[in-house]
Design a protein around this ligand. Structure first.
Ligand SMILES: NC(=O)c1ccc[n+]([C@@H]2O[C@H](COP(=O)([O-])OP(=O)(O)OC[C@H]3O[C@@H](n4cnc5c(N)ncnc54)[C@H](OP(=O)(O)O)[C@@H]3O)[C@@H](O)[C@H]2O)c1
Length: 338
């Protein structure tokens, strides 16, 4: 085991906002010997999340900041290559917070789950069957409570969470409107993910396009961006609307605090409810969400898109790329063949 070399992406310095390539460094280190109860995971796919901006920020939010010099925190999917935990045999496919590195030595209790859907690609365990899928499922169905015939609007609609939200809403009989950046993503929303309408927020006539797409008003707004996009959606709420605050991709930082129109009058006049959530608080809901997601995937009712970057060298710039809007679908880094 000691001959294995582990390439690791470390957080080299604290970024003032969105982490850029220069805030990380790639080092190599030997893989330590296993202690009783530990397993060695060979990471195959590493996840790239917009939330990583918050994970490396100086100010703790819902999790402690990644320490300078530490391996970058990340979900990963891989196979157990050596085990001193009898419950986790070699060859088991697993996911967990294994970090941006080739190998992770973890306690068996740190395994988030065994991946048992052998008919689905392992990569999906980080996207549509992973945090993105369960976030979309929980946020939309539990907090958004969509009813058939209602209009559901989603921002970052071409992305991993957004594309899933739109399709789950459609499965529940809703009319869906996606908001995404650029003509390619707008087309993707309609042609691949089946949104009834899609609006490009990067055009000068975004407000007019949105008004047209939301003529009957908005019953559920699944908000992944905050900022000017959300300000525009608020003007179209129906009475009793639900606003699910899932992400704040367009809010650059909390310092200085973001400025914008206030929402209180919209909420009051429309008797609307606005609720934020962090999916990690709802881990008890993951299995039921995954059962639905797997079923819809197998039935062809749910489609997904992945953007796979080959090689760990892509990791340092990968989060910045999400904020440049480069990704078409769930962004992953592949380290080795599945
Ligand atoms: N609450 C939770 O527990 C939870 C869990 C998972 C994810 N999330 C949130 O869900 C959202 C989507 O995550 P994801 O993993 O599915 O990522 P994603 O949508 O696949 O990728 C991020 C997308 O954000 C958009 N974006 C980046 N900067 C933006 C800006 N300034 N204004 C508007 N849009 C911008 C880009 O799309 P365009 O090219 O269309 O702009 C980019 O492709 C994120 O906000 C994430 O933090 C929340």
């Amino acid at each position: 085991m000691s001959q294995r070399v582990n390439r690791q992406v470390l957080l080299a310095s604290r970024p003032p906002g969105i982490p850029q390539a220069e805030h990380f460094e790639i080092v190599t280190s030997p893989v330590p010997e296993l202690q009783p109860g530990e397993v060695l995971v060979r990471n195959i796919y590493l996840s790239v999340e917009p939330a990583m901006r918050g994970w490396v920020a100086a100010v703790a939010n819902y999790s402690e900041p990644v320490a300078i010099g530490a391996v970058m925190r990340s979900f990963a999917a891989g196979r157990i290559e050596a085990s001193r935990d009898p419950a986790l045999p070699v060859g088991t496919k697993v996911t967990g917070l294994f970090g941006w590195q080739d190998y992770a030595v973890v306690q068996g209790t740190a395994i988030e789950r065994r991946v048992e859907e052998d008919d689905l690609p392992l990569s999906t365990s980080l996207g549509v069957m992973g945090i993105n899928g369960v976030t979309a499922h929980f946020g939309l169905l539990e907090l958004g409570q969509p009813k058939a015939g209602e209009t559901v609007v989603v921002s970052t609609a071409a992305g991993a969470v957004g594309s899933c939200v739109g399709q789950i809403a459609r499965i529940h009989g809703c009319r869906t409107v996606g908001i995404a950046g650029g003509p390619d993503k707008r087309a993707l929303c309609v042609e691949r993910f089946g949104f009834d309408a899609a609006v490009d927020y990067k055009t000068d006539d975004f407000a007019e396009q949105l008004a047209k797409a939301c003529e009957g008003g908005v019953d559920v707004y699944y908000d992944n961006t905050a900022g000017a996009i959300s300000d525009a959606v608020m003007a179209h709420l129906n009475v009793g609307a639900r606003i699910v605050v899932c992400g704040t991709a367009s809010v650059a930082s909390w310092n200085p605090a973001p400025q914008g129109p206030r929402v209180e009058r919209h909420l009051l006049v429309k008797r609307a409810r606005m609720q934020g959530f962090v999916i990690f608080d709802h881990a008890d809901r993951y299995p039921a969400a995954r059962r639905d997601l797997a079923q819809w995937l197998r039935e062809g009712k749910l489609v997904y898109l992945e953007e796979v970057l080959d090689g760990i060298a892509h990791a340092p710039d990968a989060v910045a790329g999400l904020y440049r809007g480069e990704n078409l679908g769930k962004r992953l880094i592949r380290l080795t063949d599945d």
